[in-house]
Design a protein around this ligand. Structure first.
Ligand SMILES: [Mn+2]
Length: 401
């Protein structure tokens, strides 16, 4: 390598060393659509298998040291399951990531959880959030990611105003349970499963709830939870401006909350989001560790192989992150200031079209990983082995993940 090439490699290697993205336990389990579930012989059906699959993804990509857990699916006995999780963490070399309460699957949540008209059901939902916070404390997990499926399907059938008050009161109580180094991340979604109103429909509602809760509540942006053509990077820029961006659930979509592989439909959108974050994370910015942005994946692949899809996702994220991180932002600022529109756009576009794959491959080899993780997965025989081992255990699975 000549001088400029080796400086570029060093810079890229530094960027990639510092890039981590959290993968979800439910991404390895059999999942489906509301029409049905297609069972895969290699899917994980125990938490041990989910940790094992996560370790394989981390071994091949070097970027996924943590696994997001779903309390109902992964710790069905709640706190009683914590010690087993700790054993699996040690065995797999993977740490527990964000803890996700489940406030949508029980029958009692038919008309909502924290926004349910029944005080008793609201209290039960809140207790589950408290338990989730306690589980997170025991597992040294910083983030509790809250997604409410609450809402209504028909105008006039629920009091939107009362539900706001119940929700804010419950969230305030939850915030008081947090340890000093914990955060509550609040997701929003404009529709589905409710189709008339959802109780946290957009980033404005989520931001307001977080502000009222206190300094440890942040907004979680799920890229699939927006109306079509919404400018997500502008929302990200605003949340950064307000110091309210807690993290992301990355996925891609064509129509609604499709949970497709990151970057498979619109890689330029993820690049634009990453650009806003890279722009923000200059050293001059706030160093509060609570403000560190959590990158997480929220995808469920019911047609693609689960481990293959997860590796594809992580590799795509690494490539898009590197493209965005390598933008010449000083030069871009000059062109923006002088309103040199075509030159500014060309600089931006050139960064997107730059082929960084050789750089990422060289980085992998320099870190003792295979240059091509998908090929290495196939050659290593992991999927073949688990297909054999797990095939006989697969049966009709009733829960979502
Ligand atoms: Mn999500």
């Amino acid at each position: 390598m000549n001088q400029p090439e080796s400086a570029l490699f060093d810079n890229a290697a530094h960027i990639l060393d510092n890039f981590q993205i959290e993968i979800p336990s439910w991404g390895f389990a059999n999942t489906g659509t509301r029409f049905g579930k297609f069972v895969q012989p290699a899917a994980a059906s125990t938490l041990e298998e989910k940790f094992s699959d996560a370790a394989e993804v981390h071994r091949l990509t070097g970027a996924t040291p943590t696994l997001a857990l779903h309390v109902l699916w992964d710790l069905p006995r709640g706190l009683a399951d914590v010690s087993e999780v700790q054993t699996l963490e040690r065995r797999a070399g993977i740490r527990s990531g964000s803890i996700n309460p489940n406030l949508f699957q029980d029958q009692q949540y038919k008309y909502g959880s924290l926004c349910n008209p029944s005080a008793e059901i609201r209290a039960g939902a809140l207790q589950h959030v408290f338990d989730s916070i306690e589980i997170a404390k025991r597992l040294h997990a910083r983030d509790i990611s809250l997604w409410l499926a609450d809402g209504s399907n028909y105008p006039g059938t629920q009091s939107i105003r009362k539900r706001i008050e119940w929700l804010q009161a419950g969230l305030n109580d939850a915030h008081r349970q947090l340890a000093r180094d914990q955060r509550l991340l609040v997701e929003y979604k404009p529709f589905e499963p409710a189709f008339y109103h959802t109780d946290i429909a957009d980033w404005g509602m989520s931001s307001q709830l977080c502000r009222a809760m206190g300094p440890q509540a942040f907004v979680l942006v799920d890229t699939g939870h927006h109306y079509l053509s919404q400018n997500i990077e502008q929302i990200v820029a605003w949340l950064l401006h307000l110091d309210l961006l807690g993290g992301f659930h990355f996925n891609d979509r064509r129509y609604a909350d499709d949970d497709l592989t990151l970057g498979s439909i619109d890689p330029y959108q993820i690049f634009r989001i990453f650009h806003e974050i890279c722009q923000h994370s200059q050293p001059s910015q706030s160093q509060n560790p609570l403000n560190r942005i959590a990158f997480m994946i929220d995808q469920s692949h019911n047609l693609k192989g689960k481990i293959e899809a997860m590796i594809q996702t992580v590799v795509t994220a690494q490539e898009l992150w590197l493209k965005a991180a390598l933008i010449d932002r000083d030069q871009l600022a000059v062109l923006q200031q002088s309103c040199d529109l075509v030159a500014a756009e060309e600089l931006f576009r050139a960064a997107f079209w730059r082929d960084v794959r050789p750089l990422v491959a060289a980085w992998r080899e320099s870190r003792r990983m295979a240059a091509n993780p998908l090929a290495a997965l196939q050659e290593g025989g992991y999927v073949e082995r688990i297909t054999r081992e797990r095939a006989s255990k697969q049966s009709a699975v009733s829960s979502y993940a």
